[in-house]
Design a protein around this ligand. Sequence first.
Ligand code: MG
Length: 332
Amino acid sequence: MTKNITLAHGNGGEENNELISKVFYKAFENDILSKSEDAAVIHNGELAFSTDSFTVSPIFFPGGDIGKLAVCGTCNDLAMMGAKPKYLTCSVIIEEGFAIRDLEKIVRSMKKELEINGAVIVSGDTKVVPKGAVDKIFINTTGIGEIRQRGISSNNITKDDLILISRDVGRHGATIFAAREGIEFSSALQSDCASLSLQVNALMEAGVKITALRDATRGGVAAVLNEWARQSNICIEVDEESIPVSEEVYGSCEMLGFEPLNLANEGTFVLALPKEHVQKALKVLHGFENSSNAVIIGKVSDAYLKKVILNSSYGTKRFLDLPTGELLPRIC
Ligand code: MG
């Protein structure tokens, strides 16, 4: 590992994982943490517990803002463990000179998103730092959720499961990049930022048995699939053509040299479901606007354990690796 922190250490990919395992896991190691789930399962499996900090730039972007993102991010990590988000904390670090009007706008977004999730903020903290000590505003949220379906885990995926995606990929990353650079690719390019607890709840209520769920945030779908392949000691084979990518995202990737599967999403999740539950799950997902193009993207095999294989439409195969390098800093 390098002597000092680089931007790559926050990329949600290879370097980020190395930092987490060699510094944090090494010091804090325990059975709950080492499960590496989206949220920790605590209190005899009854509660999910998760935290996330938000540093996105710009703080207002097409499809959301840092406040909406801060509530969605933590609530989604709870939902990915089959939990209903209940109680959140909210800590803000604000730069001297920040407009109160902007702060109110951010807080209104948070309130709206909390209502969607049926969650409340029950504790918080405010720090103000001198100009230049932080860029505008950083927000941390921590949340507790009530687990409604037990046993959901990224460590339990087997050949009996199929891999699905809830919607088209790469919107958040492409939107933030365009907004930051002042490029307008298309007015239709908007972040997918959204709360996922409604969809997850509907899946559970319909009796869908869930093996694993993960929102494809930093590092994108490529990171989720690689983490799952490693954690469950399986090979995941994905058909490249089956992964939905919008024209706007595809166009921006062509122009900027990004890979849609590496781009961050903030309202898109990957599902591993037992084969016999897939049709029921798709029917539920298709009832929601932001998962109306949910689709099967792959299967589990034992071709190369701990690896992800991408099958192209030309019949060629290649490994899809964990993203590396700086990617896009401050996307969430
Ligand atoms: Mg997550």
